[in-house]
Design a protein around this ligand. Structure first.
Ligand code: UTP
Length: 297
């Protein structure tokens, strides 16, 4: 019987050191692109893909994330009183149903693989998605929805992949490609952050995965890899070595690395330019800035 993907894990237990001092008190995932926190983009993407259960792997200091998903009756009442119906609708669209969201605590930041493993009892024996909210993907059809469609065909593990230049392979997990079929590639293996000249391809894995329970079993070994962390990439590579199918999926859309300052700024500009209420002012400002920089050079 064909299996459906209805559960997603959102690992948000990392320390977010690249955004210190902000992340001393604000979880990275609550930081906003224009006026929506990163985590809201991730939830919307998952919903569009048919996800029904949202599992957050959190850590100390991430309380603001849990508060964000609570209903805010006092605020809603005030907005209603003031006739702010549009804002009320925006607010309501962020509410979560009771029981559809779960929080698990990762007690030590032992790595992404370990964070995913923390959800093993909630996942049990089903395929599941993993979404890293700091990878934000602007796409007509949500990236995860595209991957779920591909999974319905293949029923094998799928990782989102994009082509990167040679000098960038050491920042990503890189696929060892068996057969390139265009939007889908089959794989022989995967290497975490290979240095220049060591990368088996230029196809990098980014923060969207659909995985089978076999990968969770591989994480049971708690093997440490690059950076002394328990890596999700290593568990996926172990599953491939055991004969599991793992496909790379070249999604349609633009990915922003919002875990880095420069990626976050680029995403802010891109999402603001996509908004009718902001586009004209921002565009004029960017134009003026570019012209005065050029003139000064
Ligand atoms: P990153 O490598 O981006 O680390 O983690 P980070 O802590 O978020 O940020 P920096 O590098 O210190 O600035 C990738 C994803 O894995 C999660 C993070 O929350 C992020 O979504 N993660 C990482 C965990 O949940 N637990 C971990 O132990 C490590």
């Amino acid at each position: 019987m064909r299996k459906k993907v209805t559960k997603a894990i959102f690992p948000v237990a990392g320390m977010g050191t690249r955004f210190l001092p902000a992340t001393k008190s604000v979880p990275k995932e609550i930081m906003t692109l224009v006026d929506r926190p990163l985590v809201q983009y991730a939830i919307d993407e998952a919903r569009e893909a048919g996800i029904k259960e949202f599992i957050f792997i959190t850590s100390r200091g991430k309380g603001a994330l849990e508060d964000y998903f609570d209903n805010a009756p006092a605020l809603e009442q005030e907005l209603r009183k003031r006739g702010k119906d549009e804002l009320l609708e925006i607010l309501k669209s962020t509410n979560m149903e009771s029981g559809e969201i779960a929080y698990m605590r990762q007690h030590k930041p032992l790595g992404l693989g370990h964070a995913v493993w923390c959800a093993r009892r909630l996942i049990a024996n089903e395929p599941f998605a993993v979404i890293l909210p700091d990878d934000v993907i602007a796409a007509e059809k949500s990236c995860l929805a595209q991957m779920v469609e591909a999974f319905e065909e293949t029923q094998g593990n799928i990782v989102a992949a994009m082509d990167v230049p040679d000098h960038m392979t050491s920042s990503y997990g890189i696929l060892d490609v068996k057969e390139d079929m265009g939007s889908i590639v089959s794989t022989n293996g995967m290497v975490e952050k290979p240095g220049p000249g060591e990368a088996p391809s230029n196809l990098a894995v980014i923060g969207r995965y659909i995985l089978t329970p076999t990968v969770l079993q591989k994480l049971n070994s708690k093997k440490t890899g690059t950076g002394g962390e328990i890596q999700l990439t290593d568990a996926i590579a172990d599953a491939i070595a055991d004969g599991e199918d793992v496909f790379g999926y070249r999604f349609k859309g633009q990915r922003f690395d919002c875990g880095s300052k420069s990626g976050f700024l680029q995403a802010t500009v891109a999402f603001a330019l996509a908004r009718d209420d902001l586009r004209d002012d921002l565009w004029a400002y960017l134009n003026d800035t570019v012209h005065s920089h050029k003139a000064a050079q």
